[in-house]
Design a binder for this molecule. Structure first.
Ligand code: AMP
Ligand code: ZN
Length: 112
């Protein structure tokens, strides 16, 4: 059994509030939302972070961005931010590639 939290969510061993699922990715609401709408999109394949993306697995990243665009449209989000933290200093706490989708409030730039 994988010790990875998000692999456990994919396997259904830990529940999640799903936004969307297909054979390649899962989208679910963040348990600690940082905006009125805050969900995560993850590949079903375990990739540790953006730093682990290469030619052999990049197709799922392109797929995830089509899912983000579709789900944002379905949820009526006309402005939103997509974020991926890579490594501890950037704030990554779960070592399974994920894209945060945040919407519903004014955002500052640059991010803190
Ligand atoms: P990061 O800190 O960028 O690695 O993002 C990990 C995100 O996963 C955080 O925003 C957490 O709130 C979120 N998270 C942790 N555990 C769960 C869970 N069981 N269900 C949903 N989101 C979670
Ligand atoms: Zn994983």
């Amino acid at each position: 059994m994988s010790e990875c939290l998000f692999c456990k969510i994919i396997a259904g061993e830990i529940p999640s509030n799903k936004v969307y699922e297909d054979d390649r990715c899962l989208a679910f609401y963040d348990i600690d939302p940082q905006a009125p709408t805050h969900f995560l999109v993850i590949p079903k394949e375990h990739i540790p972070s953006v730093a682990g993306v290469d030619a052999s697995n990049a197709a799922v990243v392109a797929h995830i961005f089509t899912v983000i665009a579709q789900q944002a449209q379905r949820l009526g989000l006309d402005s939103y931010r997509v974020v991926s933290n890579i490594g501890e200093q950037a704030g990554q706490s779960v070592p399974h590639l994920h894209f945060h989708v945040l919407a519903g409030r004014d955002m500052t730039w640059p991010p803190g």
